[in-house]
Design a protein around this ligand. Structure first.
Ligand SMILES: [Zn+2]
Length: 130
C-alpha cells in the first residue's frame, strides 16, 4: 500500500531528495521497489507521481498472486471449461498492470538519468514542489 506521511521513521523521501539533489512535493511519492518498507536503501527507492503510485498498488492488488508471484493458468482450456469470467478478470487485471508498469518504467529511466546512466529520454520535469 502507499507509503504514508508523518511516520516516525525518517524519511526516505528526504533521503531520496538529498541523494539526487532534487525537490518534490506531495504530488510525488517514493515507492519501495521490493515492497519492503523496512528497506530504505537508495537502490530500493523510486520516485513516482502520487497518482501513478496508487495506480500501481491498485493494479498489483488485483493480480492473482501466490507466494509473491503471479499465479495464472495460461492455458486456453479455461475458456472451454466455462472459466471465461475468471479469464476475463485476470486478463483485465494483467492488462491494467502492464499499462501501469510501463508508466513506472519511465520513472525508473528518470532515476537512471539522475544516476548519470542514461540521457534524459523522457524530459521529466518535477513540478509543483513549492
Ligand atoms: Zn509503493
Amino acid at each position: 500500500m502507499p507509503e504514508g506521511y508523518g511516520g516516525i521513521k525518517m524519511n526516505y523521501r528526504e533521503k531520496y531528495k538529498q541523494h539526487y539533489g532534487i525537490d518534490f512535493g506531495l504530488e510525488y511519492e517514493v515507492h519501495h521497489l521490493d515492497l519492503n518498507h523496512q528497506n530504505d536503501d537508495i537502490e530500493n527507492l523510486l520516485l513516482l507521481p502520487r497518482k501513478l503510485h496508487h495506480q500501481y498498488h491498485f493494479a498489483l492488488a488485483r493480480l492473482p498472486m501466490a507466494n509473491g508471484r503471479l499465479d495464472v493458468d495460461v492455458k486456453i482450456r479455461g475458456i472451454l471449461d466455462g472459466g471465461q469470467a475468471m479469464n476475463a478478470y485476470i486478463l483485465s487485471a494483467l492488462s491494467d498492470f502492464v499499462d501501469v508498469y510501463y508508466k513506472c518504467q519511465d520513472w525508473k529511466d528518470y532515476r537512471a538519468y539522475l544516476d548519470g546512466l542514461i540521457p534524459d529520454i523522457h524530459g521529466i520535469q518535477l513540478g509543483g514542489a513549492a
